[in-house]
Write a protein that binds this ligand. Sequence first.
Ligand SMILES: *[C@@H]1O[C@H](CO)[C@@H](O)[C@H](O)[C@H]1NC(C)=O
Length: 208
Amino acid sequence: MFQRIPVLAVGSVSVFLFLVILRLINEVSFLKLLSCFGQTNAQCAPAPVTWRHRSLTYHDGYINIKTHEPLQLDCGLCAIVSNSGQMIGRRAGRHIDRSSCVWRMNNAPTKGYTEDVGSRTSIRVVSHTSVPLLLKDPDYFFRESNRTIYVIWGPFRNMRQDGKGIVYNMLRRTVENYNSANVYITTETRMNYCDSVFKKETGRDRWR
Ligand SMILES: *[C@@H]1O[C@H](CO)[C@@H](O)[C@H](O)[C@H]1NC(C)=O
């Protein structure tokens, strides 16, 4: 199955995470990717051609915690790799690593599983609740993996920048200690937008 379709290795990851990530890419590819869920046939089309002609794109819903610059990101064909045990035994690692961008979730490991999940990580999308897990091994995540972009999302109460945001404060300290770390957070506007999408699609309030 991995010969014909974009690598889309998806397991039990929350719908919300996917919304954040896929909205980052763009609407067209969002639909394309969605059409691949649970399918193994040719409907799961390769990346739209338009992707390959796009120049460097800014995503201003995501800002660098240190420089406050928006996220610059250009992906052609993405591999979105789940942190589910379903990945074990898939032997998709080489295929995943050939993608122009490899997305991973939270603290999903690659070490010891590269044959199944690959070794590159372009972007790691991390929930506020998983930040402490990354901080258990900061040398690995923020020094050795210094080419990885970290996008951290969470509710305003944890992400606020006035000294009262507990997760924001942890991230601030991290970028002070690890100069080469690329850490981005979602803006409040972007988070509100993602919350509204989540509510529309699931009927549930994200933070209740
Ligand atoms: C960046 O990562 C590479 C590869 O892991 C490592 O050799 C290098 O020392 C890191 N640079 C910094 C500034 O931490």
